[in-house]
Design a protein around this ligand. Structure first.
Ligand code: SAH
Length: 341
C-alpha cells in the first residue's frame, strides 16, 4: 500500500497488522513530508520495522524522469513517472511572494480543449492522492525551494478526479502534510458545473479559477468541448453560487486567441457577463501548441485596458518557463515530441 497522502489514522491502520506501535505512524509521516521516500532512510525507526515496512508497503511508486531549469527565469519543470508507466508534469515557479508549484491531477486529460497540449495525448488515468502529494514534496525536496503556493493547473481536470483531489487538498493543508494554507491553493477547472456545487459545500477556502476563454456559447463551444455539456450561463451561475457560499472571489482565466475571442465584440460580451461581480480576470497570452491553427492575440493590452475601464478587475499573466515548455497548456509538449505525437 502507498502510505504517502494518508492521514496519521490511516497510516496507523495500515501498520497495525505489522505489530507496530501507533507512534510509528507520525514518524513515518514526518519523513515522507520531508521528501524521504525510502523506508531504509527513516533512521529513527528500528531496523526490523524498516524492513517490515519495505516488505509490506511503499511510500509511493514514483520517480523523477526528467528535471529542467529555465535559464531565463529559474522556472523548474519536472516529469514524474509512476510504477505503471503513467506520467505527470509539475512546474515550480518563483514569484516575489514566494515559490509556487503547478501540479497535474491526471495522467492525460479527457476534456479536449482545442488550444491545450494536454488534449493531444491519450488519457491514461486519474492520479492518486499520494501521487499528487509526491509531486509537491518531490519538487520542494529536489529544488531546495520552499513551496508556499500550489496551483492545480497542470495536466488534467481536477474536478474530474474529485475523489482524490479533495483528500489531497486536505493532506497538503494538514500539519502532517505540508501545512500549506488553503488560501494559498488554487484549483482550476474548465467548468464541470455539478462539481463546482459539490466543491462549494466543502468550504475549503481555496481559490477557484475558471478557464472561461470565451463569453458566449458559440465561441466557447468551438474551443472547449465541455461547453456543449455545461453552457456559459450555467457555469457563471455555479460560480456566483460558489462565491456566495464561500466568500472566495472567482478568478476567470482567459487565453487570448487571435480573431477568435480577442475582438471588441468579445470584450463587450465579457464585460456584460461579469460586470458588477466581485471577481478577477486573468488574461493569458496563448502559448504555442504544435499543429494548432490557433494563434496568440496582439490585442492583449487593449483588451485588458478596456476591461479595467469598465470596472472589471483584470491583469495579464506573466509568462514563465517558456524555454522549457513549462508554460500554461504546454506541459505535454516535450513529452509529446519525444513520443512522436
Ligand atoms: N483542466 C483545468 C486545469 C488545467 S489547464 C482547466 O481547464 O482549468 C490550466 C490553464 O491553462 C487553464 O486555464 C487552461 O485553459 C490554460 N491553457 C491551456 N492551454 C493553453 C495555451 N495553449 N495557452 C495558454 N493557456 C492555456
Amino acid at each position: 500500500m502507498d502510505l504517502l497522502g494518508l492521514s496519521i489514522e490511516q497510516i496507523q491502520q495500515a501498520i497495525a497488522p505489522l505489530g507496530m506501535p501507533k507512534f510509528r505512524a507520525k514518524q513515518i509521516s514526518e519523513w515522507m513530508s520531508k521528501g524521504v521516500f525510502d523506508f531504509a532512510e527513516m533512521t529513527n525507526l528500528s531496523a526490523k520495522d524498516r524492513e517490515l515496512l519495505a516488505q509490506n508497503h511503499r511510500v509511493i511508486g514514483g520517480t523523477i524522469e526528467s528535471h529542467k531549469v529555465s535559464a531565463k527565469d529559474g522556472t523548474e519543470k519536472f516529469l514524474f513517472k509512476f510504477s505503471d508507466g503513467a506520467v505527470a508534469e509539475g512546474v515550480l515557479m518563483q514569484y516575489e511572494h514566494g515559490n509556487s508549484v503547478c501540479i497535474s491531477t491526471q495522467s492525460g486529460c479527457k476534456m479536449g480543449c482545442a488550444f491545450c497540449a494536454s488534449s493531444r495525448l491519450k488519457f491514461t488515468r486519474d492520479l492518486t492522492t499520494g501521487e499528487m502529494a509526491y509531486e509537491v514534496i518531490a519538487m520542494e525536496a529536489v529544488s531546495g525551494k520552499k513551496v508556499g503556493h500550489i496551483v492545480l493547473m497542470g495536466v488534467g481536470e481536477p474536478l474530474d478526479n474529485y475523489e482524490n483531489v479533495i483528500p489531497f487538498l486536505k493532506y497538503i493543508n494538514s500539519t502532517e502534510g505540508k501545512n500549506i494554507g488553503m488560501r494559498n491553493i488554487s484549483l482550476s477547472t474548465c467548468g464541470l458545473v455539478p462539481k463546482i456545487y459539490d466543491l462549494a459545500k466543502e468550504h475549503l477556502g481555496i481559490t477557484l479559477s475558471i478557464s472561461l476563454h470565451a463569453p458566449d456559447d458559440e465561441t466557447r463551444s468551438k474551443i472547449m468541448q465541455v461547453n456543449r455539456r455545461y453552457n456559459v450561463k450555467e457555469l457563471i451561475t455555479a460560480c456566483d453560487h460558489y462565491f456566495k457560499e464561500t466568500g472566495r472571489r472567482i478568478s476567470y482565466e482567459y487565453a487570448l486567441i487571435r480573431d477568435v475571442n480577442d475582438t471588441e465584440e468579445s470584450c463587450d460580451k465579457l464585460i456584460a457577463l461579469l460586470k458588477g461581480k466581485n471577481c478577477h480576470v486573468n488574461l493569458i497570452g496563448l502559448n504555442y501548441v504544435k499543429e494548432s491553427p490557433l494563434l496568440p492575440s496582439e490585442r492583449m493590452k487593449a483588451f485588458c485596458d478596456k476591461l479595467i475601464k469598465a470596472g472589471i478587475n483584470a491583469t495579464i499573466r506573466r509568462k514563465l518557463g517558456e524555454d522549457i515548455d513549462g508554460a500554461c497548456g504546454q506541459l505535454r509538449a516535450q513529452h509529446n515530441k519525444e513520443q512522436g505525437v
